[in-house]
Design a protein around this ligand. Structure first.
Ligand SMILES: Nc1ncnc2c1ncn2[C@@H]1O[C@H](COP(=O)(O)OP(=O)(O)OP(=O)(O)O)[C@@H](O)[C@H]1O
Length: 606
């Protein structure tokens, strides 16, 4: 199974075997709408067959015109024959146009259906992939994969499969008609085909290489811009505009350089292909003209040869695009499918039942944990039990593993040693949906969606009545503030909640969590941006409801958790001290040292 970095590897080479397997898989996806596929392919065959009739009809028209000029006695018959041909050409052209419309409409529709189902499957998969995966995969890369690579796969039906039918018809039957009419002239007329097909394929593959590189350079450009916009306050605060401009200019220049290179490749090759076509046409005119003079062929036959060549020119040039379409689908499709096929590290076990909460006892039993891809373990032998109604505080130096302990309870990650149970049920044996309903964490990152305050608070329970939303926001000390806003709960928050202060954003996420009335409520350093008075008021309301659940508070500030029933001091992934605030002070260990550092002696302790 590939790792995230392997999925996004920059190389554009896939083995024939896996390339073919990918193409087969994309084709099978297209075949999910067989009716449309059959109409698209049938229309392509008919449209190209009709297109091949046109040179023959034009040749006949030229011969009829010649008869009209050279034999005035039969002028009437020749004129009506010419009219009949003209009507036929018109009819064929209209029919061809109609079938081409069908071809385009249905082949595009098949492609869009493929894109639609892949897009949904892709989005669903990234919703379910573990945090371990998302930690290691850049979100920009996931977006590129879901947009550009998926788009390449979507286009395969119309640019690859349909084009193969079209080109086979035009080159195969067209070539046969030319060779069977006059072998020498046919060979001359087709002489440009191998050269143009080769040049076009080489060019397209070269362009593809540069296209991939261009994508890389453009993604550097968009990352620079994304970071700049995300950190716009830092940029302005540090007056770093010249540095940022220089960074952007360098990335921009490198993309421009490659864009010029691509234009150069394209122009050079187009000229070479056009030249070889004109040489072949000149030869046909020269040798064919001789044959007309020698009465071996009619002028009409020569005219239909030249028209055939003009018609053939475009599909032969498109052979390269066909090669490109296959190469692109093989590589982009492989990446998309590699992600779709990834094993879900965190998923429901077979036969998993919803978690049943009776006593509401949370237990860590000798838990050890190592982050995916990390060489060193983050947690070792963590054991503690928390009963309903208890508040547990987690404190310790930065990076000691407090948040990691909190993240293991809703199964953001799975323990690598030991077990976590709720009322005796291993959390790996219950359904994820029920677990995440029972265990809810207020995250450090106060993320808000670009929608109304009401929708943000009711995110986990969209049908909640307004009174419940107001209660949750009152508990989070937000209700009064929201009541002062002109649009109240209908106020839309900006991108990432930019129109609210840091503390208000944090309180929004607390309100969102309180809506769910979980059995285990985790505060992961989620009052850090809230002032001490507000925090105290939030704590009072939360404590009033604390009898319904286990509350876990991760914090740096002792004030945030010294009221907890039990405080666990975490250091280097282990619980090194535990007890109530008073017990830990009396112990005179690390907690005491932290206390003496944070709380001035004259400050009263609760
Ligand atoms: N997603 C991750 N992937 C790999 N390692 C991680 C990840 N998250 C945290 N770590 C590492 O695990 C260790 C514990 O991190 P954790 O966030 O649990 O500590 P913490 O005690 O909550 O720190 P802080 O107080 O700074 O929030 C750190 O060394 C950190 O670098």
């Amino acid at each position: 199974m590939p790792s995230p970095t392997e999925i996004m590897r920059p190389t554009d080479t896939v083995s024939w075997k896996s390339g073919l397997a990918t193409i087969k898989r994309v084709t099978a996806l297209a075949w999910r709408t067989p009716g449309m596929v059959i109409i698209a392919i049938g229309s392509t065959i008919i449209a190209s067959g009709l297109q091949l009739l046109v040179p023959l009809l034009l040749g006949r028209a030229v011969d009829q015109t010649q008869t009209l000029v050279s034999d005035p006695a039969n002028a009437e018959a020749a004129t009506s024959a010419l009219w009949a041909t003209a009507w036929l050409v018109l009819g064929v052209w209209i029919a061809r146009g109609t079938f081409t419309v069908f071809q385009n409409y249905f082949s595009e529709s098949v492609g869009h259906n493929v894109g639609y189902s892949l897009r949904l499957a892709y989005y669903e998969k990234i919703q379910r992939l573990s945090f371990g995966f998302h930690d290691r995969m850049h979100s920009g890369d996931l977006i590129t994969l879901g947009m550009l690579d998926l788009e390449a796969v979507r286009m395969f039906f119309s640019t690859g499969l349909i084009r193969i039918v079209l080109l086979s018809m035009l080159i195969g039957i067209g070539g046969y008609l030319l060779l069977s009419t006059d072998l020498v002239l046919g060979l001359l007329a087709l002489s440009f085909v191998p050269f143009v097909a080769w040049r076009s394929s080489v060019t397209q593959l070269k362009l593809r290489g540069t296209w991939l590189e261009l994508q890389n350079r453009l993604s550097v450009l968009s990352r620079v811009m994304e970071e700049n916009l995300g950190g716009i306050r830092v940029v302005r605060a540090f007056a770093a505009k010249p540095h940022e401009m220089a960074k952007y200019a360098v990335a921009s220049e490198s993309a421009l350089e490659l864009a010029h290179e691509r234009v150069d490749i394209r122009v050079r090759n187009t000229s070479m292909m056009t030249f070889s076509f004109l040489v072949a046409m000149g030869l046909v005119l020269w040798i064919g003209g001789g044959k007309v003079m020698a009465d071996e062929i009619t002028v009409g036959t020569l005219a239909s040869f030249l028209t055939f060549m003009t018609i053939l020119q475009m599909p032969v040039r498109q052979l390269g695009m066909l090669v490109n379409s296959f190469a692109r689908t093989a590589t982009c499709g492989e990446r998309v499918f590699a992600l779709l096929d990834l094993d879900l590290a965190i998923t429901d076990a077979a036969g998993a039942q919803d978690v049943e909460i009776s006593e509401g006892v949370l237990r860590f039993d000798n838990v050890g944990f190592t982050y995916p891809g990390a060489s060193k373990s983050t947690l070792k032998g963590v054991s503690f039990t928390a009963k309903r109604g208890e508040t547990i505080g987690l404190i310790g130096p930065p990076g000691s593993g407090k948040s990691t302990i909190a993240h293991l309870i809703p199964r953001f990650y799975d323990v690598t040693e030991g077990a976590i149970t709720i009322d005796g049920q291993d959390i790996r044996d219950v359904t994820l949906a029920s677990l995440r309903h029972a265990v809810v964490a207020v995250q450090q990152d106060a993320f808000l969606f670009t929608t109304s305050l009401e929708n943000n608070i009711a995110y986990g329970d969209p049908w909640a009545p307004p009174s419940q939303i107001a209660d949750a926001s009152a508990s989070a000390q937000l209700h009064q503030f929201i009541a002062t806003l002109p649009a109240g709960y209908e106020t839309v928050v900006g991108e990432r909640g930019a129109s609210l202060s840091g503390g208000q954003r944090q309180r929004m996420t607390i309100a969102r969590t309180l809506m769910l009335r979980p059995s285990v409520l985790i505060f992961d350093d989620s009052t850090a941006a809230v002032d001490a008075g507000t925090e105290q008021r939030i704590r009072t309301t939360i404590q009033a409801q604390a009898s319904e659940r286990v509350t876990i508070i991760v914090a740096h500030r002792l004030n945030s958790l010294m009221h907890a029933d039990r405080i666990l001091f975490v250091e280097d992934g282990q619980i090194v001290e535990q007890g109530s605030h008073a017990e830990l002070l009396a112990l005179g260990g690390r907690y005491r040292a932290l206390h003496d550092l944070q709380i001035r002696p004259e400050e009263p302790t609760p």
